[in-house]
Design a protein. Structure first.
Length: 107
């Protein structure tokens, strides 16, 4: 059986390490592709996780809705969040407002 030299072993170890590093970077890049920072997308996820527990989309599309401005929409989302102890940060709340505005209100 032939023994490997230290140079050969080091090169093989380095090659293995680089291979594992490449796989790790590839997996991280793939995971980041699935994550988004688009507030509308994040707002939709937050909306679907919490808002639909209390009401349907009809509340946004009814003819006699009382939300008539982006400021009123923001205040209503905050009222719903606070009244239902929804664990959102301000960024989450803003994202829900952006989602609702883009999908339903268009202020």
């Amino acid at each position: 059986m032939k023994l490997l030299s230290s140079k050969s072993l080091s090169k093989k170890s380095l090659a293995s390490l680089l291979f594992l590093l490449a796989i790790s970077i590839n997996n991280t890049a793939f995971a980041n592709e699935e994550e988004t920072t688009d507030p509308v997308v994040l707002g939709e996820k937050a909306h679907n996780s919490h808002c639909v527990k209390c009401h349907t989309d009809e509340v946004y599309t009814r003819k006699n809705r009382f939300v008539k401005s982006i400021d009123a929409l923001s205040k209503q989302v905050v009222r719903c969040r606070d009244g239902n102890d929804v664990p959102w940060f301000d960024e989450d709340t803003d994202a829900v407002v952006q989602f609702l505005n883009k999908k339903y209100y268009r202020f």
